[in-house]
Design a protein around this ligand. Structure first.
Ligand code: SAH
Length: 234
């Protein structure tokens, strides 16, 4: 799916309010992030995706509040501000192939799919991978492929990626993800203690394998978990 030329007037009022809340929060957090606005491309993608389709039915009425909300299996759909900011930090280009680890509801994947050529999503809870696949298909996001599995290992068959976004908090940078990133590509990932202090990082690996990391914002994500049966990844 690509971004349609929807005029602002056609965007439902609740969604306009969410976009304004994102603009306000981005301006408020500029001291941390170093950016006071987000690109039009990213804001247009946030405007285009119906978030109510990705939340639990009981939360549809709250879908456009600028807050994280529960999804199935005890997980959460991230706050719209965080989705927009992480998307921006990835600097997505139209031809890009992106890996998302922690696909959850599929909302972040849908936003990204409007900005790049292909999104590959890995979700460790099989029932969530299935429901994300179903909703993305129903809404016509044809350039997203989701599989169930441990995203710590990335998705080697589709690597290298132009960018990787991780939407669960890791305790350290997963080496397989660093290896699956193109030189100059960005890894956007929350790193820190489980349910403790976490920072959103933007990580780049140059052609010589040198890793540069920039801390952007303190955040609170559900933990990146590991399956006991996961094969060794190093
Ligand atoms: N991006 C999601 C946010 C989901 S919350 C959205 O837009 O809705 C984080 C998700 O990461 C949860 O669904 C959780 O099950 C998943 N997760 C945790 N550890 C994982 C791992 N090792 N591999 C893949 N997914 C993982």
């Amino acid at each position: 799916m690509s971004l349609s030329n929807t005029g602002w007037s056609e965007i439902p009022p609740e969604r306009q309010a969410m976009l304004q809340a994102i603009r306000d929060s981005v301006a408020d957090s500029a001291g941390y992030t170093g950016r006071s606005t987000l690109s039009d491309r990213v804001m247009d993608a946030m405007a285009a995706v119906p978030r109510e389709e990705f939340v639990l039915p009981a939360y549809r009425d709250s879908a456009y509040q600028n807050t994280a909300l529960p999804i199935a299996a005890g997980q959460t759909i991230s706050q719209p501000l965080i989705v927009a900011l992480m998307t921006e930090l990835l600097e997505p280009e139209p031809g890009d192939v992106i890996l998302e680890v922690g696909t959850g509801s599929g909302y972040q994947a849908a936003v990204l799919s409007l900005l790049v050529a292909q999104v590959y999503g890995v979700e460790i809870i099989a029932s969530l991978a299935d429901s994300a696949t179903a909703v993305l298909e129903r809404l016509g996001y044809t350039n997203v492929t989701v599989r169930a599995g441990d995203g710590y290992a990335g998705w080697p068959e589709h690597a290298p990626f132009d960018g990787i976004i991780v939407t669960a908090a890791a305790e350290h940078l997963p080496p397989p993800l660093l290896r699956q990133l193109k030189p100059g590509g960005k890894l956007v990932i929350p790193v820190g203690a489980r349910h403790g202090y976490q920072e959103l990082l933007v990580v780049e690996v140059d052609a010589a394998g040198e890793v540069a990391r920039q801390s952007v914002l303190p955040v609170a994500f559900v933990p990146l978990t590991r399956t006991p049966e996961a094969p060794p990844t190093n």
